[in-house]
Design a protein around this ligand. Structure first.
Ligand code: SAM
Length: 269
């Protein structure tokens, strides 16, 4: 594996138990309330009952299992063995184990590790593409995983918002990242509450919106929709205002920039 991804994997292994025990993810509340698919996902994907779905970079499986609860047959894939262990445990605790499997692998190895299986939906959500050095190769993975007429659902941090510093005040990182010169972070905190990390170093990449679109259209996928959102699902900058649970927007009459985006692309039958 790319040594930068090895470093990232150690960083993510370290984060998992902190996240599982955090107020941010609120696992006890999730088990109690059994949340349904959020409205913004239903609006794009519709009813997923009976569909096969692979969730790339599934972390410890909360969002994957939400899809299983909505009726899909799900496979979650992540390169962190600690995350996969916790995801498997969460599936059992939520009685969804029969409709969910979790696989430990680098996303770039997904077509091989999943033995050439094809899915109705490839699902990727917030905080995913920034960990990947090569968005073209990622598009190839998506293309290889989709069944005829299958759809890619991608909701991620908008690359413009990713260029700002932690305070959201200054453009600090280049929108056009050279793949060989990633952003290098050394940070003992994660984006949740909880204990400090030991493996603090990590590498990240900003991919421009046009590169992300091209990565899938060059695989023969057609773009069904691309929407830039004024909202995101976490307090990415201190001045974001939570308008309802899990929905944050820029307040204070500040200039509004897109915070996240949703792309839906389809493999032609
Ligand atoms: C922020 S999470 C995204 C999941 C989801 N939005 C959530 O909050 O649960 C990012 C995930 O990407 C995984 N990841 C990073 N690089 C990866 C790679 N090359 N292959 C597979 N998983 C990777 C990490 O282990 C982590 O679980």
């Amino acid at each position: 594996m790319d040594p930068r991804l090895e470093t990232n994997r150690a960083n993510w292994n370290d984060r998992v138990d902190i996240h599982v025990n955090s107020d941010f993810y609120d696992v006890p509340g999730w088990l109690r309330d059994a949340p349904a698919m959020p409205a913004h996902e239903v609006a794009v994907l519709g009813d997923v009952t009976g569909l096969s779905l692979v969730h790339l970079q599934c972390h410890f499986g909360m969002d994957t299992l939400r899809m299983a609860r909505a009726g899909a047959r799900v496979t979650g894939l992540d390169f962190s063995p600690v995350a996969i262990e916790q995801a498997t445990r969460l599936a059992q605790r939520s009685d969804l184990a029969q409709r969910a499997e979790f696989v430990c692998a680098d996303v770039y190895d997904a077509p091989t590790v999943l033995s050439g299986r094809r899915y109705d939906v490839v699902y990727v959500n917030l905080g995913s593409l920034c960990w990947l050095p090569d968005v073209v190769a990622w598009g190839e993975v998506v293309g290889a995983l989709l069944a005829p007429d299958g759809r890619l659902y991608l909701h991620d941090v908008h690359p413009l918002a990713a260029c700002l510093d932690d305070d959201g005040e200054r453009i600090t990182y280049s929108y056009f990242t050279d793949p060989e010169h990633p952003l290098v972070f050394d940070d003992a905190s994660s984006y949740t509450d909880g204990a400090s990390l030991h493996s603090t170093r990590n590498f990240q990449w900003i991919h421009s919106l046009s590169d992300i679109v091209a990565s899938v259209t060059t695989q023969g996928l057609s773009l069904d929709s691309l929407v830039e959102h004024e909202w995101t699902e976490f307090r990415q900058f201190p001045y974001l205002v939570e308008t309802r649970k899990g929905r944050y927007v820029i307040g204070d009459g500040r200039p509004r920039i897109p915070l996240s985006f949703t792309l839906l692309a389809r493999r032609r039958a």
